[in-house]
Write a protein that binds this ligand. Sequence first.
Ligand code: ADP
Ligand code: ADP
Length: 227
Amino acid sequence: TPALEAVDVTRTYRSDGVSVTALHGVGLRIEEGEFAAIVGPSGSGKSTLMHLLGCLDRPTGGTLRVAGRDVAALSDAELADLRNRRVGFVFQSFQLLPRTSARDNVALPLVYRGVPRAERRRRAVEALSMVGLGHRLDHRPSQLSGGEQQRVAIARALVGEPRVVLADEPTGNLDTRTGHEVMDLLEHLNAEHGVAVVLVTHEPDIAGRARRRIHIRDGRIERDERA
Ligand code: ADP
Ligand code: ADP
């Protein structure tokens, strides 16, 4: 079973009688353990596709399966539950709570899953150690460098033991060297822990490190390259 599968997926946004079709009949399979980059010009539908793959949104046409389950057959609560169990998210701007320690930022997704406090803390420490920040547990985001903040965000994405991490421009706010260090970490997590990684990037050097590059243009997959 693919981790994620889109069959002829369409997403049309409607507001005030205007409709914009962001994705036109996209077909895509992301297998367990893959490392893929989604590339394409601004407005081509990358974020829309990431939102669908992450169960933050539903297609308006076609079929989307997550771990073999058709999302159309799920209630909103079931979809949210599938998202919480299967997917971790990483953002360009880190999205950490500013007044909260690294450990508590990382533990946050487990609060929503009803994990008891002691176990949350234990698992947050474990996830921070995995990203090389076992010595920064009590630091707040402002006390950390940009690369460290993104590693905290990656630890938060991993703490629920997802099968897939979706990263939207994860190196977009980092200098070149730090961006490549974040990529080293994502590659390591992919290789050692088998978590699939799908990232969006505008940077050719970053995309070049993925084993697969999915090119999107005008809401369609234009090219799907495998190294
Ligand atoms: P990308 O991430 O590649 O920049 P997006 O998925 O954000 O592309 O956008 C694809 C198209 O869908 C664009 O034309 C954009 O304006 C439109 N779009 C995205 N989100 C919305 C929305 N919530 N409402 C209306 N149109 C949207
Ligand atoms: P890098 O080595 O990635 O370039 P920096 O030089 O920005 O990182 O930071 C080095 C160390 O200094 C980091 O481990 C971080 O914990 C600490 N540090 C950075 N900025 C601050 C700050 N504003 N307040 C406290 N500690 C900081």
